[in-house]
Design a protein around this ligand. Structure first.
Ligand code: NDP
Length: 245
C-alpha cells in the first residue's frame, strides 16, 4: 500500500530493535528519509544500517538517550540539518519493568517514567521548531494503560500518562496543523517478551481475540496509516493495535 510518505522526513526513537525497527523499515519501504536513535551499542545497530543501506534509504542512525535533553536536542538538530523539516515523529523508545510496589524503589520508578514519558516531552518539545507545516506525532503507548497490570505500576502509569500527553498536545498543536496520536500496542513479539516462557505465551494466546501475540510489523503498519494523509482528520486518538486483548 502506498501511504504517500515518499521523501518525507521521519524521526523514530528506539529504532534498533522491536517495534521501532519495524517502523523504521516500513517507513524506508515507503521511501521516507529516516532519522533514528538507540541507546546501547549493539549488533542490532549495524544490521539496521545494513538493511537500510540495501534498501537505498537515506538515513541517520545516532546514539541518543531520550531521557537526556541535551542528547535529544543534538539528535533533532542533526536530523534537521541533514533532512530538513520533520514530517513525522514516532515516539517509540521505551522500557518495560516488572516489580511489585513494595520492591519498586524511587530510582526504578524514575527510570521508567523518564524513559517512557519524559523522553516524549523531550523529543516533541525540541521538534516544535523544526516540524513541517502538516507534521504528525505518533506516541507508542500500551494496552495495559487501559486494563492495568500487576507488578508494573510505574510502567502502566507512564503509558497512561502518554495518552494524556497525546490528548493535551492534540489540542495545543492542532491549530498549528500538527496532529498528535497514540497507538496502544498489545502484546508484540519483541525483546520485551523475552521473560515470558512457553506456558505464559500459551496463556496470552488464549486471552487475545485473534489467538496470537502480534508482530512488530503490525504496529508499524498502524504508524504508517496515522502518519499518512488517509488519517488527516484523526488527532488526539489512541488506536488500539492489540488483536482484541
Ligand atoms: P524493545 O525492548 O524491543 O526495543 C526498545 C527500543 O527502545 C530499542 O531500540 C532501545 O534501544 C530503545 N530505547 C530504550 N531506552 C532508550 C533510551 N533511553 N533512549 C533511546 N532509545 C531507547 O521494545 P519494543 O519494541 O517491544 O517496545 C517499543 C515500544 O512499544 C515501547 O515504548 C514499549 O513500551 C511499547 N510497547 C511494547 C509492547 C510489547 O509487547 N512489545 C506492548 C505495549 C507497548 P537499544 O537497542 O539501544 O536498547
Amino acid at each position: 500500500m502506498d501511504y504517500e510518505l515518499k521523501g518525507k522526513h521521519a524521526i523514530v526513537t528506539g529504532g534498533s530493535r522491536g517495534i521501532g525497527r519495524a517502523t523504521v523499515l516500513a517507513l524506508a519501504q515507503q521511501g521516507a528519509m529516516i532519522s533514528t536513535c538507540y541507546v546501547r551499542d549493539s549488533d542490532d545497530v549495524g544490521t539496521l544500517a545494513e538493511e537500510l543501506e540495501q534498501m537505498g534509504s537515506d538515513k541517520l542512525i545516532a546514539r541518543c538517550d531520550v531521557t537526556k535533553t541535551g542528547e535529544v536536542d543534538r539528535l533533532v538538530e542533526q536530523a534537521h540539518r541533514r533532512f530538513g523539516p520533520v514530517d513525522l515523529l514516532v515516539n517509540n523508545a521505551g522500557v518495560i519493568s516488572h516489580l511489585p510496589l513494595e520492591k519498586l524503589g524511587p530510582e526504578e520508578w524514575q527510570r521508567v517514567l523518564d524513559t517512557n514519558l519524559t523522553g516524549m516531552y523531550n523529543t516533541i518539545r525540541k521538534s516544535l521548531s523544526v516540524f513541517a507545516p502538516t507534521a504528525s506525532v505518533v506516541n507508542i503507548t500500551s494496552a495495559v494503560a487501559n486494563h492495568g497490570m500487576p507488578a508494573a505500576s510505574h510502567y502502566v502509569a507512564s503509558k497512561a500518562a502518554v495518552m494524556g500527553l497525546t490528548r493535551a498536545l492534540c489540542k495545543e498543536l492542532g491549530p498549528r496543523g500538527i496532529r498528535v496520536n497514540a497507538i496502544a500496542s498489545g502484546l508484540i513479539d519483541t525483546d520485551q517478551m523475552n521473560a515470558v516462557n512457553a506456558e505464559g505465551r500459551a496463556r496470552y494466546n488464549q486471552m487475545i481475540s485473534v489467538g496470537r501475540i502480534g508482530r512488530p510489523e503490525e504496529v508499524a503498519q498502524a504508524v504508517l496509516f496515522l502518519a499518512s494523509g488517509a488519517a488527516s482528520y484523526i488527532t488526539g486518538a489512541t488506536l488500539n493495535v492489540d488483536g482484541g486483548i
